[in-house]
Design a protein around this ligand. Structure first.
Ligand code: NAD
Length: 326
């Protein structure tokens, strides 16, 4: 009899889910990928890929049948420009997707369920300065999450604990801090800052200005996708059940991010600030003390290396679209 572990990855048509399918297949898992859309830039590595709308319980039941583990990555989401302007749609879709995915997993006897939460659950009042104190897991309460996307995430973290305590479904909860890398959305309105900046610089000529949202002094930390999937996997193998940060702990400003990408591109780029655009919290960084303790590991890929790989991919995409449009 085969002992191959069977897993479902929801959101397998999206950025992190697509990379995760590849990672798990390479490690010998049998993987079912599920999404409402196919991966945009590359064929899935999953053994089976089903197009399903996970806001419907019957589809969640189909998605989670016959597997031992579920990695829940499906979400209606995007960068700050999207989540600040689509709050009702986001909370409606993500509440339905997540509640029905975990309920279907329970009904189908899934053993372990991963929920993908976000740094957006951390209180706004702890992120008012660019020079912010890194966020520890226990900083989540008293709660003042990002209004919409963040509150749904915080609520679902608790749902996971209730399902574990009352129904015995073993859950893991990861809080991502700005994941970036190749094969992520880089245009269309859902893209996040690293991808948007790479696209703008790829399209700019040497000496041009690019538009920067806000005054450029807001800070973040950024984690490369290969570290993200490695961290997810390690957490899923661990016995740690409380929410865990997964991100880099090197904080930089948006201005510095633009400068790093300009250097990679070999272009002199100026900045034109638009302070009417959404900027999110003023400062955010991950405290990785618990991550190191629990996983005996921390993200390895430097920001420069990750951005070099990401810029190179986005540049080739942008050049291909230009060539096709000509
Ligand atoms: P993504 O948007 O690239 O992928 C999400 C996928 O979910 C998409 O392919 C989308 O089509 C799919 N989806 C949306 N609605 C669906 C539905 N009704 N039925 C089935 N599939 C549906 O996002 P991502 O960056 O890969 O994020 C994955 C998870 O990680 C999400 O839970 C997200 O909230 C979380 N997260 C990501 C980041 C980040 O920096 N990328 C940060 C914090 C949290």
């Amino acid at each position: 009899m085969s002992t191959q572990t069977k897993v479902t990855v929801t959101g397998a048509g999206g950025f992190i889910g697509h990379h995760l399918c590849k990672y798990l297949v390479e490690r010998g898992y049998w993987v079912r990928g599920v999404d409402i859309k196919e991966p945009e830039y590359e064929r899935t590595a999953a053994d089976e890929f089903e197009l399903l709308d996970l806001t419907k319980l019957e589809n969640c039941l189909e998605a989670t049948r016959g597997v031992q583990q579920v990695y829940g990555l499906a979400a209606n989401m995007g960068g700050i420009g999207f989540i600040e302007t689509h709050k009702a749609e986001i909370v409606r879709d993500n509440t339905l997707i997540n509640l029905q995915s975990i309920e279907a997993s329970r009904i189908n006897g899934v053993q372990r369920y991963l929920y993908t939460s976000s740094a957006c659950i951390y209180p706004g009042f702890k992120q008012k300065d660019a020079d912010v104190t890194p966020l520890k897991e226990e900083d989540a309460y008293p709660a003042d999450a990002e209004d919409g996307y963040g509150w749904e995430k915080l609520y679902m973290e608790r749902v996971c604990r209730h399902y574990r305590e009352d129904f015995g479904l073993d859950t893991r909860v990861v809080r991502f801090h700005n994941i970036f890398g190749p094969l992520g959305t880089y245009d269309g309105g859902r893209e996040k800052s690293p991808a948007a900046i790479c696209r703008k610089i790829a399209l700019a000529n040497d000496g041009d200005d690019i538009e920067v949202w806000g005054d450029g002094k807001q800070t973040r930390s950024y984690c490369y996708i290969d570290d993200c999937v490695e961290g997810i996997y390690r957490l899923m193998q661990s016995e740690y059940r409380d929410p865990l940060n997964l991100g880099q702990d090197r904080m930089i400003s948006i201005d510095e991010l633009v400068d790093v990408v300009s250097q990679i591109a070999g272009k002199r780029i100026g900045k034109r600030y638009d302070t009417t655009k959404p900027q999110g919290v003023r400062g955010r960084n991950s405290d990785n003390t618990r991550l190191r303790q629990v996983l005996d590991w921390e993200p390895q890929v430097s920001l420069e290396e990750g951005l070099a790989r990401t810029y190179s991919w986005i540049k080739s995409q942008v050049m291909d679209s230009r060539a096709n449009a000509a």
